[in-house]
Design a protein around this ligand. Structure first.
Ligand code: ATP
Ligand code: MG
Ligand code: FE
Length: 348
């Protein structure tokens, strides 16, 4: 089956085509338009601007995808669209487009979960999900550990961040350090030149008393405050900031906590494969530490290449393909988008 995937939950307009067979999913094309530059001067996403950008970009992005794949709209067998979580306005634009296509082409419509898409996109690279695995989804809005018995019908959330998401913490610390928005990639780049052991920043929710109740939960706001205090103290003393060391020490704390808690969860649940996804999984400090410690722990690590980590249509087409492969019923044509769609609800 040829599955069209549509993603508009935030500031990326994504349209992709995936060919699904019982054994595999093959990506034909992944077209993305972004309005990130329009938000940069505000230091955060402005939903109204993002909605309008989706409206303007959708048809050109769809046409570009079809042309690049040399596919006619009539060849599409199913349409998958992000139903949530995300920004209501942007989600609504994508859902309206998907519904219009489903009606016009008389094809089934599948409203799917964006965050689960961040994990399932890995099927395009490393083959179908194993029968049982752990998934760590780390992005701008989410940091969650999922036990996956089935990528569509068997997702359990073991834990999540109690405050900031990992990407959000990077973006906030980026602002603190005077870096452009979004700060995540800039901190990553700076951190590669710094000493990760220069400053010992706190590791959130890793104390023995927290492990009992929050073994699979995360917290990054205390770390963010610790970085702010450290930076203020230097500035008050009139000292120059060792930016690279601050970035490296901060990034090391985030990578350490994510990696340690995830590997511990794999052990607790006797899981041998870990899939990592979401925009923050582009982070090189996290990728390096996960690779090292998973190898030591004998855990198979699956992380897609960086171009599949941030928001795109391929992740939604891949999840749509997984739904089609399972023969699950289509979503209603009047499906409502859900800005806070639970991670256990993969399909509307
Ligand atoms: P969600 O998927 O939870 O709805 P989102 O779609 O806004 O959130 P993504 O696009 O998946 O988030 O990820 C964007 C986030 O990833 C931003 O916070 C960005 O700073 C961060 N990010 C991207 N690349 C890197 C990197 N190399 N290092 C650190 N952070 C990064
Ligand atoms: Mg984005
Ligand atoms: Fe995302």
């Amino acid at each position: 089956a040829l599955v069209l995937g549509i993603e508009t939950s935030c500031d990326e307009t994504g349209v992709a085509l995936v060919r699904a067979t019982p054994e595999a999913s093959e990506l034909l094309v992944d077209a993305v338009a972004s309005s990130v530059d329009e938000h940069a001067r505000f230091g955060g996403i402005i939903p109204e601007i993002a909605s309008r950008a989706h409206l303007e970009s959708f048809v050109p992005t769809l046409e570009r995808a079809l042309a690049e794949a040399d596919v006619a709209l009539a060849d599409v067998d199913a349409i998958a669209v992000t139903a949530g979580p995300g920004l209501v306005g942007p989600l609504t634009v994508g859902a309206a487009a998907a519904k219009a296509l489903a009606v016009a082409l008389d094809r089934p419509l599948y409203g799917v979960n964006h965050v689960i898409g961040h994990a399932v996109v890995d099927e395009l690279v490393h083959g179908l999900f194993p029968d049982r695995c752990m998934a760590l989804v780390v992005s701008g809005g989410h940091t969650s550990l999922l036990l996956v018995e089935d990528a569509v019908t068997g997702v359990t959330e073991l834990g999540h961040t109690l405050d900031d998401a990992a990407g959000e913490a990077f973006d906030k610390v980026g602002r603190l350090l005077g870096l452009p928005y979004p700060g995540g990639p800039h901190i990553d780049r700076l951190a590669r030149e710094g000493d990760p052991t220069a400053i010992r920043f706190p590791r959130g929710l890793t104390a023995a008393k927290d492990q009992a109740r929050h073994a699979a939960d995360f917290s990054f706001s205390g770390l963010k405050t610790a970085v702010a205090r450290w930076v203020e103290a230097r500035q008050d003393a009139g000292e120059e900031l060792p930016l690279a060391d601050v970035a490296a020490s901060f990034a090391a704390s985030v990578a350490d906590v994510l990696t340690a808690k995830t590997i511990a969860a794999c052990r607790r649940h006797d899981v041998g494969t870990l899939v990592v996804g979401g925009g923050f999984s582009a982070n090189s400090q996290l990728r390096d530490l996960l690779a090292q410690r998973c190898a030591e722990a004998g855990i198979e690590l699956r992380i897609p290449p960086i171009r599949y980590c941030t928001d795109n249509g391929a992740m939604i087409a891949a999840l749509g393909a997984a739904v089609v492969r399972r023969g699950l019923p289509a979503s209603p044509l009047d499906l409502a988008v859900d800005s806070s769609m639970p991670l256990t609800q993969v399909l509307v």
